[in-house]
Design a protein around this ligand. Structure first.
Ligand SMILES: [Zn+2]
Length: 108
């Protein structure tokens, strides 16, 4: 099973779950797949959402993505547009208040 990641920025260990409805996600007006149910969000993104600072959220997501995919640094304009699209759809399809995810301890 893959490690859970933040649905907004891709960082590991999301700590918040945002209830959401299913919808057909699109990027740049092109359908990109079905988003099913809740979104998992890391504490940094959660903090920016809580502050209502969408500009900082966009920049954080772009930075995190580029750090994980340094080869895509030349595509930052396209990636930023895609991030904005994803975040807009996140805000449009949220259905309730975020819930703290219990930290699951790995059984060693
Ligand atoms: Zn995040």
């Amino acid at each position: 099973m893959p490690e859970p990641i933040c649905d907004l920025c891709g960082a590991p260990n999301p700590t918040w779950r945002y209830p959401g409805q299913d919808f057909i996600a699109s990027i740049g007006g092109t359908p990109a797949g079905i988003s099913e149910g809740d979104w998992h969000v890391c504490w940094q993104c959660h903090t920016l959402i809580d502050l209502g600072d969408r500009k900082a959220l966009e920049i954080r997501c772009l930075d995190t993505y580029i750090m994980g995919h340094p080869e895509s640094v030349m595509d930052t304009v396209w990636i930023m547009d895609a991030m904005r699209d994803i975040q807009r759809q996140f805000f449009e399809n949220r259905t309730g208040k975020p819930v703290r995810i219990e930290v699951e301890r790995a059984s060693a």
